[in-house]
Design a protein around this ligand. Structure first.
Ligand SMILES: [Zn+2]
Length: 226
């Protein structure tokens, strides 16, 4: 859409995204082949953790394919991909416990999760509106439109930044509850940690891309002033 030298700025972010995406798929596939000693499926482990921590959450299969696992805070539902829902591997247990980590965040009133949930509608609207405003601003050479576009895009950037502590904390909770509740053994922890760390890199990459994109838009807007 905006083809100019500042596009080079995006390349490191895109390379990081590509690497993170390969890494998470590869690591998940590796540990999906390692059976968990408990013999539990991801759904069973999630149910056990919910019971143990007194959480009333729905646990459903998701239909979005591999790595579509998520916690929906509006309905208090964990949606787990088939590999996680039915899988009895370290990867399945790690991802199921991570999503349960989000349910625990909600139960605890963890502030970054509430902030992220509050930003969802603005982040989506912000990035859509931003590109329309930026395009109009450039075509009409109207600086206020460019800056309004950048302001809206900043909401999407803020969302990707707030996502980082939310995701790191959910993984830290996952490791704690899996170990404390005896669902995985001490020797299984490094495998679960590898899966969760690989997943965390995808969020880091998304945040880096968003920040670089914002920087690029600011450079374009400033360049248009001369
Ligand atoms: Zn998560």
């Amino acid at each position: 859409m905006f083809w100019d030298p500042t596009i080079m700025l995006l390349i490191p972010g895109l390379l990081l995204s590509l690497w993170a995406s390969f890494k998470v798929r590869g690591t998940f596939a590796n540990y999906a082949r390692v059976p968990a000693r408990s013999g539990l499926s991801g759904a069973e482990a999630a149910a056990a953790l919910a019971a143990r921590h007194g959480l009333r959450v729905g646990i459903e299969p998701s239909h979005g394919g591999t790595l579509s696992d998520h916690f929906d805070p509006t309905t208090n539902t964990l949606r787990l991909s088939p590999e996680v829902y039915e899988g009895r591997s370290l990867a399945a247990l790690g991802v199921a416990a991570h999503e349960m980590g989000h349910a625990l965040q909600k139960a605890d009133g963890y502030a970054p999760l509430a902030l992220r949930s509050g930003l969802v509608p603005f982040a989506g609207l912000g990035s859509n509106l931003a590109f329309g405003l930026l395009l109009a601003g450039m075509l009409l050479s109207m600086k206020p439109l460019l800056y309004a576009g950048i302001a809206f895009f900043s909401l999407a950037v803020l969302f990707s930044l707030v996502t980082l502590p939310v995701e790191f904390d959910a993984s830290a909770r996952a490791m704690r509850i899996l170990a404390a509740d005896g669902l995985i053994g001490r020797e299984e922890l490094p495998g679960v940690r590898s899966v969760l760390n690989a997943a965390a890199w995808t969020y880091v990459a998304a945040a880096v891309v968003a920040v670089l994109e914002l920087l690029r838009l600011i450079l374009i807007a400033r360049g248009s002033e001369e």
